[in-house]
Design a protein around this ligand. Structure first.
Ligand code: NAD
Ligand code: TYD
Length: 345
């Protein structure tokens, strides 16, 4: 079958493409990506050598280009990873988040109706459930938890999810949605917590921890997420939502300390900076449904995954240095210049 992967030049999409090429070499993969600041074609270098892989630089909001590609490729399955994905950027400039994450999803689903697909899969996030209090470790996000978002990013993802459910109910589009917790692993853009801390620590730069660093995230190795999506595509029930997470809750400050220790860097690099506006306290997934219905369980333990990830970043310095030196550097100055300045004063 032909799988159309959107946003495949980004972190999770690229890992998914490599996962599929290996696990299902009989399938053809077509990737479209706008190649925003977060999309890097270099990441897909190995995939581009593969005879059953095709890449096209297309914006998912470009209706004409998307329809032309569907006309030509007639995909059996669509997996939509394409999104603006960084909470801090969404606080600075929400507009592009609404455009790409909601309207782009609409374009893809319209094309999936015009050229009927067997499955339209929306890659969503646990952030649509809002956050949980730190003093209630007994609470988890289930698929029934009400949507209650905090940031423009999570609101745009929630908007897309509602639209996906509407296209399923109103037009009978065969949809599924997955809502995963925080991912880490190779090819993550160094604006997100783990790769940012690795790259800064490596260069003896300050490690900017928002507030006290007590916020909790539920970390999952990216390959486990890819395997879960693959299972949902092949065995998941149409119309359903599946939460994905591995019960691996960690405080931000503990993650940063682990990275310092692994790189033999002093914790004095840790710099507490002004907190993120509206900062969600805790995310925690209850993965019972995907475990019981599809037999999914995470395979990579955090202590192994973080080690593999650190080694990957150390061995792929060229990959992230090129990113950090470009447009990202201006962004870094804008986001942290003032925060670091006020922390020093
Ligand atoms: P990313 O920012 O690394 O990659 C996003 C990709 O989408 C980039 O390649 C970018 O060029 C592309 N893109 C952006 N706008 C586009 C457009 N208009 N048209 C075509 N391509 C466009 O993000 P990621 O971390 O890989 O996340 C992928 C998906 O997974 C997102 O939908 C995100 O909401 C979701 N998700 C991420 C996490 C996480 O921890 N990173 C967790 C749960 C869910
Ligand atoms: P991030 O990787 O941006 O993912 P998300 O906000 O989608 O969970 O951030 C993970 C956590 O790390 C979040 O609580 C914010 C915090 N954080 C910092 O403390 N410092 C930073 O420089 C960044 C990027 C994040």
């Amino acid at each position: 079958m032909t799988i159309l992967v959107t946003g495949g030049a980004g972190f999770i999409g690229a890992n998914f493409i490599y996962y599929e090429l290996k696990a299902h070499p009989e399938d053809r993969i077509v990737c479209i990506d706008k190649l925003t600041y977060a999309g890097n074609l270099e990441t897909l270098q190995e995939a581009l050598k593969h005879p059953s892989f095709r890449f096209e630089k297309i914006d998912i909001c470009d209706r004409k280009a998307v329809f032309a590609l569907f006309e030509e490729e007639r995909p059996d399955v669509v997996v939509n990873f394409a999104a603006e994905s960084h909470v801090d950027r969404s606080i600075e400039d929400p507009g592009i988040f609404l455009t790409t994450n909601i309207l782009g999803t609409q374009v893809l689903m319209d094309a999936s109706r015009a050229y009927p697909v067997k499955r339209y899969h929306q890659v969503s996030t646990d952030e649509v459930y809002g956050d949980l209090p730190l003093d209630r470790p007994d609470l988890f996000f289930t698929e029934e938890t009400p949507i209650k978002t905090s940031s423009p990013y999570s609101s745009s993802k929630a908007g897309a999810d509602l639209l996906v459910n509407a296209y399923h109910r109103t037009f009978g589009l065969p949809t599924t949605i997955s809502r995963c917790s925080n991912n880490y692993g190779p090819y993550q853009f160094p604006e997100k917590l783990i790769p940012l801390m690795i790259s800064n620590a490596r260069a003896d730069k300050p490690l900017p921890v928002y507030g006290e660093g007590l916020n909790v995230r539920d970390w999952l190795y990216v390959e486990d997420h890819c395997r879960a999506i693959d299972l949902i595509l092949r065995k998941g029930k149409v119309g359903e939502v599946y939460n994905i997470g591995g019960h691996n809750e960690m405080k931000n400050i503990d993650i940063v300390r682990i990275i310092c220790a692994a790189l033999h860097k002093p914790e004095s690099l840790i710099t507490h900076v002004t907190d993120r506006k509206g900062h969600d306290m805790r995310y925690a997934i209850d993965p019972t449904k995907i475990h019981e219905e599809l037999g999914w369980l995470p395979e990579t333990k955090f202590k192994d995954g973080i080690q593999k990830t650190i080694v990957w970043y150390l061995e792929h310095k060229d990959w992230w240095e090129r990113i950090v030196s470009g447009e990202y550097r201006n962004y870094f100055e804008k986001m942290y210049g003032e925060r670091l300045q006020s922390a020093r004063n």
